[in-house]
Design a protein around this ligand. Sequence first.
Ligand SMILES: Cc1ncc(C[n+]2csc(CCOP(=O)(O)OP(=O)(O)O)c2C)c(N)n1
Ligand SMILES: [Mg+2]
Length: 547
Amino acid sequence: MRTGGQILVDQLELNGANLAFCLPGESYLPVLDALYDSPIQLVTCRHEQGAANAAEAYGKFDRPAGICLVTRGPGATQAAVGVHTAKQDSSPMLLLVGQVPRAFRGREAWQELDYAQVFGGIAKAAWEIDRAERIPEHMAEAYALALSGRPGPVVLALPEDVLAEQADVADGARVEPPQAAPNADQLARLRELLSDAERPLAIVGEGGWTAATSRDVQAFCEANALPVACAFRCQDYVDNRSPSYAGVLGVAMDEAIAARLRDADLVVAIGGRLGEVPTRRYTLLEPPDPTQTLVHVHPDASELGRVYLPDLAIAATLPEAAAALVALDPVEPCWREWTAGARADYEATLVHEPMEGDVDLGEIMAFLRARLPGNAVQTCGAGNFTVWAHRFAAFTEFGTQACPRSGSMGYGLPAAVAAQLVHPDRVVVCFTGDGDFVMSSPELATAVQYELPIVILLVNNGMYATIRMHQERTYPRRVIGTDLANPDFPALARAYGAQGERVERTQDFEGALERALASGKPSLLELPVDPERISPRVKLSDLRGGA
Ligand SMILES: Cc1ncc(C[n+]2csc(CCOP(=O)(O)OP(=O)(O)O)c2C)c(N)n1
Ligand SMILES: [Mg+2]
């Protein structure tokens, strides 16, 4: 006989979880108690947003689903942002929520919510477990849903009396998501389309990748001299040093890569949904039937044809699809110049315009490109600071970029907590802004508590610059709602027990970074920047002059 809490934790263990992120609540005490004797490390966060974002990031590192445990009502609603990111980013995640006892259901008891309704439009699935003896069955279903097809978040509500009751039931089996490979006809057709192409472009996108997928896709692109672009925040899917690598289809998209997509005659999308960001608001590739010939490989058949009608739709899991692509007899490319041009365009984007003021983020990024090891992990939230972090970084290994494709602020710090727990020996750098950081700054306490030596680079421009940029563009000089009066960030970091420094000049960055890396503690380096340079290629004064 085991309690529902014990049965639940046993299912997490047998499905390979080694970390769980929580904010405790009295609604799920039997689960906490079962974790007392479990090898799963429980990481206590300071806000459910942080716990959910950390669990989401864990799911990005080719691990079993990220686990987040929160209390009912306010705990669950505060965790919603991480569920939304897991959905948009196609990351496997389980959100386990305490619930009122079964006997109180429907009375709007204290903190009661109907989680199937609340999360129905956010998660891949959400439901409530009704009996302890059915926990193995429900958990197997939850894992199967989270991991299969397009991975995503599943929410399970756990009535407190279900968790406390005893049941005599066998464990479920470890969930192995089904695999699907492309068939021979599809591969032959793909080869035919490639042979007919003059300006092909491969696009790699989110959901269900592994390190092997990344290696195979890169080898396929190189064997066919195919240029390959990464969808927004998938920049670690292809080694950026590859002659095939052509850059990123992200926000603040470079014109050259935008033109490559617009002008391509064949697009081979390997994973991803070809969403609003990588298609530049659905203009570079126009739904429903783009002018480009489209091959779309996706693990979920229901995503194929949902927005774009592909000329060739391949419903296949990505490791299997990638292995099949690399085994395909390469075609003789007539597009070598096109590919070399795409590569040259990408290399040109690494050159930055000098920045006003004493701290030049372009210089700092160039330094980091040379200084950081290839397996260093980049995390971020949302803001214009990420444009520097993404454009000027060079990714060489899968699993080194954990950034929210959902564009959610407050993600970077909890993601860095998860990254450093998953990879204790790696350098983890969290890029953040003065607005972004404050949204999840309590997780600095988590980083200190678990002794995680993450490096936080905080770009301080005294405003929500992303919004200011749009505001000044549309309503020049009518600034409202985007100015920030900020705390003394290094002092705040020190108050948490982390290391904190302000880097006043570009040339001081190297020393400050080395001190941060040597400190063995979480470190925050504040980079005060001139607000004039609101984005790498946009000046505030130009916006005001209407340029
Ligand atoms: C949770 C959430 N709230 C609001 C936004 C809208 N938003 C996007 S970027 C941004 C400003 C971020 O400010 P900061 O971190 O200072 O970065 P900056 O743009 O100044 O570089 C805002 C408010 C968002 N993306 N996510
Ligand atoms: Mg800012």
